[in-house]
Structures are given as C-alpha cells and as structure tokens.
Design a protein around this ligand. Structure first.
Ligand code: FAD
Length: 368
C-alpha cells in the first residue's frame, strides 16, 4: 500500500510541476498523476518564452517570482535557460509610441531601441523596422528539455510519478484514477484546459474556453543566432502590460483598417530560437469549447508569410507543424477554485503558464 501523500498533483505540465517543486521545498510527500507517459500538453508545445515584462498586475508579480525560480531550477535540474531578454520590433511609428509609453512606466525593465539598436540585437530583420525595445528581464527555455528535466529532478527528490494514469474524479482526501484511488491530504488539480472535462462546473463558472494555437518550426535564415525572443506590433494587442497602454489603441485601429485578416486569426506574430538553431514561429488563436480537427492551409501560409516579412526574407523552410491548446477565460488570467475542502484547481487561463506557473504555485500551496 502506498502511504497517504501530503499532496497529490493531477497533471504533469508546468503548472503541476511548479506546484510539486514548491511542495517538495516545504518538505511534503508528493504524488504527481498524469494520463500520458510523459508531458505532451501545452507545456512542451510552446515558445519557452518567460515573457514577464509584457504582463501587468498579478501576472507581472507572478512572472517576477517565476523568473528567479526558473533560474534556480535550471541550475539545479540542469536545463538550458537564456537570459537575453526579449526584443519587440516596431515596424510603424504608432508601435514605437506604445513602446515609449511602456518604457516611461517601467524604467529599466524596458529599454527603447532605435532601428540600428534592433539590428544590433537581431541579425536578420526587416528593413521596415523603425525601432523597438529590449526587455532584459525576460528569459527563454527549451520547453521540450526543461519540462522533462523538472520531472526528472522531482523524481530524484522523492516525488512519486504515476504516468499513464487518468484521473476520473477528485474529492476531499482522494483522487480516483483508472489505476485505483490515491489518498492524499490535499489535492491540486493542474490539468490545464482539461479542467473543462474533469470539473466542468468549475470551468463553466469561470468561462473557460479552449484556445487553439497553430505553431511551426522553421530553419533559420543564414543560420543566424537570435539570442532574445522576438515580439512584434501584433504582440501589443495581446499582452496585458502593452494593451494597458492607451497608445496601443492606435495600433489596433491601424491593423483593423489595413490588415484585418491578421485579427481574424488573432495573430501574435513572434518567434524564439531553439538551442538546435531552428526558429519556433507563430501563432494564431481560435477560441471554442470543442475545436474542429482540420487545419486550414491559408492560416499556416499567413503565419509563414508574416514571419518572412518580419525577418525581411523571401522564404522559410518548415521543419515541423503542430497545434497546442491552453485554457482561456475572459474574466480572469488565473483560475483558482476549491470544488471540495482540500481540493484546489489551479489553471493559468491566459496563455502565459510558462511565464507565471512558478509564481502562482507558492500562493496556492501556502494558502491551502
Ligand atoms: C502553442 C502554445 C504556445 C505558448 N507559448 C507560451 C510561451 O511562450 N510562454 C508562456 O508563458 N506560455 C505559453 N503558452 C501557454 C503555456 O504553455 C500554458 O499556459 C501552460 O503550458 C499550461 O500548463 P499546464 O500544466 O496547465 O497544462 P498542460 O501542459 O497542458 O498540462 C496538463 C497536464 O494534465 C494532464 N491531464 C489532463 N487531464 C488529466 C486527467 N484527467 N488525468 C490525468 N492527467 C490529466 C495532461 O496529460 C497534461 O500533461 C503557450 C501555449 C501554447 C499552446
């Protein structure tokens, strides 16, 4: 018989693993349960962008805590992390105005660049660039390396992983699974968007929908090295810190007028470079409760075309394509709810789980 755990975590994505790390730090006996044989959800499909500076309010506060945690865990668990920050490339004066407003609010967190300054940080970039900003606090990891490394580190530090074990229900003191019941004093449910399947009433009350993203890996023009993550003017319409700038309205108005097709697919044009040199590019967003399984080719073509335009190159060679899903709620960036005493749902409902999970986890664990 397995002894009763202090904490059972359902879900071995970044949110579940961050909770397990916090619990281990507090000396708790932890069991992590996941239906797959390894994490294959949103946490390994993303850009690996710890995009904290562009957040706002609680998201920014969590991001700042998470930054230290990522650096510490990279050293302990032995995975790659880049401290080269983010460059936001502005291709219109209204975009540069947003960055100037943002810099005025954030001091050293946002360093304005002229076009030459952007070119000094990004070896290949469009002639359309008029300026930009460098966000030095942002980090990058390779999610395909970091997430398994975190799980391996946790296993080495006494955490029991039950892979290929689907959770069918949770209640006070127990987790029901396809391989029997796990007894635990407390349960954290960190199943990402699958909260709508496991606890549908909690998800419905929070207005959780599934956000579907299209992603690609492309070869890098001229084998260039991009140390920072790269955001664009479209990112100014997505991240809360930037959308909160009144000057972002002018960017939205222009894009609505000149390029409405980009807003139709809710594009956030951005990329990061993988340690193997390829670029991860994206992304588009579609919201719904259940998504069609069919990917339309024009949307993929649009992402490729816009990325090539941002880079100022004619052609990009696609090496891989995939889709990812995260939980999205209009009213809240973080869903934390207690369906039963001792059972807590923790889901990042805003597409910034890599940035914030390590900030959310200590607040969840310490307030149980
Ligand atoms: C394409 C894409 C790009 C993104 N880019 C970024 C980025 O660059 N920066 C950033 O901060 N965020 C990014 N995000 C968001 C971020 O990836 C997510 O917020 C985060 O990974 C969510 O983590 P999670 O652990 O909640 O979910 P997941 O990683 O999906 O993990 C949930 C786990 O729960 C398990 N599970 C579900 N149901 C059950 C069940 N019943 N029983 C057992 N196990 C179950 C699943 O198997 C899964 O392993 C991106 C997301 C996507 C999709």
């Amino acid at each position: 018989m397995t002894p009763r755990a202090d904490l059972a975590v359902v879900g071995a994505g970044i949110v579940g693993l961050a909770h397990a790390v916090e619990a281990v730090d507090r000396g708790m006996r932890v069991v992590v349960i996941d239906r797959d044989e390894r994490a294959v959800g949103a946490s390994v499909r993303n850009f690996g962008h710890i995009c904290l500076t562009a957040q706002h309010g609680v998201g920014l506060a969590y991001g700042l805590v998470a930054r230290e945690r990522w650096l510490g865990m990279a050293a302990k668990a032995g995975f790659w992390v880049s401290e080269a920050g983010t460059v936001v490339a502005a291709r219109a004066d209204d975009e540069q105005a947003v960055l100037a407003e943002f810099a005025a609010q954030r001091g050293d967190q946002v360093r304005l660049l002229d076009a030459a300054g952007v070119r000094a940080k990004l070896p290949v970039i469009s002639d359309e660039v008029v300026g930009g900003a460098w966000l030095p606090l942002d980090l990058r990891v390779d999610p395909r390396q970091a997430v398994p490394a975190l799980a391996a580190w946790l296993a080495d530090h006494g955490v029991e992983f039950r892979w290929r074990t689907a959770v069918t229900g949770v209640e006070t003191g127990a987790v029901r699974t396809t391989r029997g019941t796990v007894a635990a004093d407390r349960v954290v449910v960190a199943v990402g968007h699958d909260v709508d399947r496991l606890l549908p009433d909690i998800a419905a009350a929070a207005g959780v929908r599934r956000c579907l993203l299209r992603m690609m890996q492309v070869s890098t023009p001229d084998s260039a090295v991009f140390d920072p993550a790269v955001l664009s003017g479209l990112s100014m319409l997505r991240y809360a810190g930037l959308t909160a700038c009144p000057s972002a309205d002018a960017v939205r108005d222009r894009i609505t007028r000149d390029d409405p097709h980009l807003l139709d697919v809710a594009m956030n044009l951005m990329f990061t470079q993988r340690p193997d040199g390829d670029l991860v590019i994206g992304d588009t967003h579609r919201y719904g409760l259940t998504h069609d399984p069919f990917d339309d080719e024009p949307t993929g073509d649009l992402v490729l075309r816009e990325t090539a335009r941002l880079l100022g190159v004619d052609h990009l060679t696609v090496r891989a394509r995939w889709r990812g899903v995260y939980a999205a709620a209009e009213r809240t960036e973080f869903l934390v709810a207690d369906p039963f005493p001792g059972v807590r749902v923790a889901s990042v409902t805003s597409g910034i789980g890599m940035t914030t999970a390590f900030g959310l986890a200590p607040t969840v664990i310490d307030s149980f």
